[in-house]
Structures are given as structure tokens and as C-alpha cells.
Design a protein around this ligand. Structure first.
Ligand SMILES: [Zn+2]
Ligand SMILES: [Zn+2]
Length: 283
């Protein structure tokens, strides 16, 4: 039976609170400065990677309501979309909508009472449907062969459809960004690097042609650049083979990321072609 939360962060029963994080976040949280508090959490995730305590704070902050009178600094849309928070998001299997459910923060999830939930989730396999995709009266899990039922709590699933995880991004050698449209500024670049460090579209190994308009973007140019770096030694041997592409459409234009894993990060995932890098015109 397939599981639908394989890419989620799984909170331990008894998370260890980090004093250093609480010192940084709690005063901001108590002052209603949720945006700054979430930035402090994000800094911790960027330096130390995933952890129960930063994710606990992140969920509490991402769940904060903009109309809460105590909320003097609401969380922003770009914070909500940040790739580092993907493992604690819950995604609808049908429409890819995602949200942050705080059910996991409740100690006694069995007694959870929620009116008008954003969605329901299979209690066996974590298959999730948002309320717009939920057929009226449906309580059986739609996943094939699953005997479970749709209900609460709704726990994180990650976003395997929208932003699938890549286990080979633990260590990166470099990130190359080509853009079409408005140039990438420093703030946007930070967000793009977050995407590169956490998530990539693994369905798209060398399959970029399908998603790139021929005159819109030249993925070949990026691969040619990396091939040249490999020849002149500014990138490690085999860099081309460790490079994946991520194509992102943003309001400012298309961005194509060429993410090169560090050599020690390991070989491409099973099932991905070991060869077949596009022609780069190397000669
Ligand atoms: Zn949906
Ligand atoms: Zn199920």
C-alpha cells in the first residue's frame, strides 16, 4: 500500500526544545511580530536543516491569522511558499492545493475537534483531499487497496506533487540560475537557492524540453556552461551528471535553476538515466 506522507517531516513524540531558538523567536512571537519570528526560524532551518523544534515554531507561525489583533507583523505570502516549509505542508492529492495544518501540534489528536476542516486525510495512508475536491459524503479512502477512512487529524504530507523532495540536495556544489523576463534580484535569488537546497522536480531529469518553450529558454545554454566549467576545472569532474534542472514560472518571468549536487552527495536516484546528458556542443 502506497503511503502519501513519505516526504513529510515526522514529528517525534517528545521533541527536544532548543533554547537558542526559543530565545530568538519567543520575544518576537509574544510581540505579534510573526514575520520576523518566522524569518528567525527560517535562518535556523537554513543553517541546521530540518528539525522538530524549528518546524514546531514554523507551524504555529504559519497558522497565525492575519486578522488576529495581536498580529502586528503578518507572515508574508513568500514566507508561506518558502521551500523550507514544504515538509510540514499538507497537499491535496487531486488539485495540489496545500495548507499548513496544526493538528500535529495537538498532544491529544484523538480528541481533536475541528469545525469546517480545510480537508480530510486517510488515517491509514495519509491520502489527503482538500474540501473543494472532497466528494460529498465520501468517507472511504480513494487510494487503491487502502482500507482506511478519510478523517482527522490532518498531518503533514509534504508536497510530493507540487514540490517533490530530492534526497540528493544535502550538499550542493553550485546553483546556476538563468532567467527570462525581469532579472533576478538578491531577494528573489535567496528564495531560488532555498528551492535548490530543498526541493527539485525529479520527474524532470533531462526532461526539460517538455516544459520549456523552444524560444523562451535555452536549457542547453546552462548545460553548455556547466560542461565548460567542468573542462576548465571551475566545476568538479562529473558535474554535468550531477546537475538537475528546476523550471519555475514566477510573476517576474521564468527561471531555470541548474542544481549541481556535490560529488559526495551520491549518484542520481535509481531509475534516473545515468547517461543521456544533452548535447552541449563541447569540442
Ligand atoms: Zn483539492
Ligand atoms: Zn488510505
Amino acid at each position: 500500500m502506497a503511503r502519501y506522507d513519505a516526504e513529510a517531516f515526522h514529528f517525534p513524540e517528545h521533541p527536544e526544545p532548543l533554547a537558542v531558538l526559543r530565545e530568538a523567536v519567543e520575544p518576537l512571537y509574544n510581540a505579534g511580530r510573526y514575520r520576523s519570528a518566522l524569518d528567525a526560524v527560517l535562518e535556523r532551518l537554513r543553517t541546521d536543516g530540518m528539525g522538530a523544534d524549528p518546524f514546531w515554531w514554523a507551524l504555529a507561525l504559519l497558522r497565525s491569522r492575519a486578522d488576529d489583533p495581536a498580529n502586528t507583523e503578518p507572515v508574508t505570502a513568500s514566507q508561506r511558499e518558502n521551500a523550507y516549509f514544504t515538509p510540514i505542508a499538507t497537499e491535496c492529492q487531486r488539485c495540489e492545493a496545500y495548507w499548513y495544518s496544526s493538528h500535529v501540534l495537538h498532544r491529544d489528536v484523538a480528541e481533536l475537534q475541528v469545525s469546517n476542516p480545510v480537508g480530510l486525510q486517510c488515517q491509514e495512508c495519509r491520502y489527503t483531499l482538500c474540501r473543494h475536491c472532497l466528494p460529498a459524503g465520501q468517507s472511504r479512502c480513494p487510494a487503491q487497496g487502502c482500507p482506511g477512512g478519510l478523517g482527522l487529524p490532518v498531518l503533514p504530507t509534504g508536497r510530493p506533487r507540487g514540490r517533490p523532495a530530492n534526497r540528493h540536495t544535502g550538499r550542493l556544489e553550485q546553483v546556476l540560475v538563468l532567467w527570462h523576463g525581469q532579472p533576478v534580484d538578491a531577494a528573489e535569488l535567496e528564495g531560488l537557492v532555498d528551492v535548490a537546497c530543498t526541493w527539485q522536480d525529479r520527474r524532470n531529469w533531462w526532461g526539460y524540453e517538455q516544459r520549456v518553450e523552444p524560444h523562451d529558454f535555452t536549457a542547453d545554454a546552462g548545460f553548455a556552461l556547466i560542461a565548460r566549467q567542468e573542462r576548465d576545472g571551475s566545476a568538479g569532474a562529473g558535474a554535468l551528471q550531477r546537475t538537475r534542472t528546476v523550471l519555475l514560472g514566477t510573476p517576474r518571468g521564468q527561471r531555470m535553476l541548474f542544481v549541481t549536487a556535490a560529488p559526495e552527495a551520491g549518484a542520481p536516484e535509481a531509475g534516473a538515466p545515468e547517461t543521456g546528458a544533452p548535447e552541449t556542443g563541447a569540442g
